[in-house]
Design a protein around this ligand. Structure first.
Ligand code: NAD
Ligand code: UDP
Length: 324
């Protein structure tokens, strides 16, 4: 059996973080979940709260914190456009100061640290599909820049701590991921469409719906993150994680309508600025070095996500508060 470790998950109460915590707790590790609950709520980790190998800390990762750990998964950062644009300066601080704080901790504890980066580092890509070698086309002064440039700067910090200080680290670039526990009001396309379809209101398609995304189911993605952390030390990344099967947004809307049995109509709204036209990960590196491949097709993942959305009361979730 592999050695049990003390593991910190920042952003551990979020959509991906809470599932990652569940997996690590089930493996028997000592898990510390750190979160400021900006885009999540305690109910995401409620089932873990009584477990002897799980601890929850309310803390903002822009502030230093001293913990003794063996591994760190750095997921703390709002991820949905509506969430990260709510307070763009704070978003940039979370990526940059958060990276500095977890890297300092990793250096002090000689811990291994993984950064949850994003396909947004490629911006609105001119290369399709996107390999890790592509340097991207990000608008540095646009509405998405607080997130895109923050994540790019975090990648720079990770590489420099690695080269300069020998910090054992990994960077994964996550492409659109969906599944149970997405915040119902995060404004992301999958959560919006399912919530709208179940309510019977109009499905809001931005632009003409011909823009594309490639959707990865939560379990597949977290599997890739775990493999990357446990993978060979020379595979530091950046490494793409996502499902390479691409759909247009209109196709996604049609699938959601069919699977929910909803009679909602499609409502076309203006495309937000800098919205990437197409996105598909090139996952050859993950296949070759980690033997990782997503297994859950969109229809199956949507079925499970729809079942979860049917089981919750959206009124128990709140959008980010104005006081934040
Ligand atoms: P999420 O919003 O559900 O999770 C982020 C978590 O971080 C939340 O619990 C939030 O409260 C917490 N957080 C935000 N700012 C914080 C701060 N300053 N201090 C402490 N905690 C803070 O989003 P998610 O989809 O689970 O994303 C997790 C990570 O994966 C993010 O870093 C995101 O950028 C990255 N990612 C996600 C996707 C995706 O499609 N889900 C795609 C690319 C990258
Ligand atoms: N989108 C849409 N209707 C919605 C929400 C999003 O048509 O109600 C579109 C959005 O313009 C983008 C795509 O769906 O082209 C994915 O958006 P999301 O916010 O989920 O993620 P990102 O743009 O960061 O990939």
């Amino acid at each position: 059996m592999a050695a049990l470790k003390r593991i910190l998950v920042t952003g551990g109460a979020g959509f991906l973080g809470s599932h990652l915590c569940e997996r690590l707790v089930a493996l028997g590790h000592d898990v510390i979940c750190l979160d400021n609950f900006f885009t999540s709520q305690k109910s995401n980790v409620a089932a873990l709260l009584g477990r002897p190998n799980f601890e929850l800390i309310r803390h903002d990762i822009t502030l230093p914190i001293f913990l003794e750990v063996d591994e760190i998964y750095n997921l703390a950062c709002p991820a949905a456009p509506g969430h990260y644009q709510y307070n763009p300066i704070k978003t940039m601080k979370t990526s940059v100061m958060g990276a500095i704080n977890v890297l300092g901790m990793a250096k002090r504890c000689r811990a291994k640290v993984l950064q949850a980066s994003t396909s947004e580092v490629y911006g609105d890509p001119e290369v399709h599909p996107q390999p890790e070698s592509y340097r991207g086309a990000v608008n540095p002064i646009g509405l998405r820049a607080c997130y895109d440039e923050g994540k790019r700067a975090a990648e720079t910090l990770f590489m420099d701590y690695h080269r300069r200080n020998g910090v054992n680290m990994r960077i994964v670039r996550i492409f659109n991921t969906y599944g149970p526990r997405m915040h119902p009001f995060d404004g992301r396309v999958v959560s919006n469409f399912i919530r709208q379809a179940l309510r019977g209101g109009p499905i809001t398609i931005f632009g003409d719906g011909s823009q594309s995304r490639s959707f990865c189911y939560r379990e597949d993605l977290v599997d890739g993150i775990l493999r990357m952390m446990d993978g060979p030390d020379e595979v530091v990344g950046p490494l793409n994680l996502g499902n390479p099967v691409e759909f247009t947004i209109r196709e996604l809307a049609e699938q959601v309508l069919e699977l929910t049995g909803s009679a909602s109509e499609l409502k076309y709204e203006p495309l937000p600025p800098d919205d990437p036209v197409q996105r598909q990960p090139d996952i050859s590196l993950a296949r070759r070095r980690l033997g990782w491949e997503p297994a859950v097709p969109l229809r199956e993942g949507l079925r499970k996500t729809i079942a979860w959305f049917r089981s919750i009361d959206p009124d128990h979730y709140r959008p980010p508060t104005p006081q934040y």
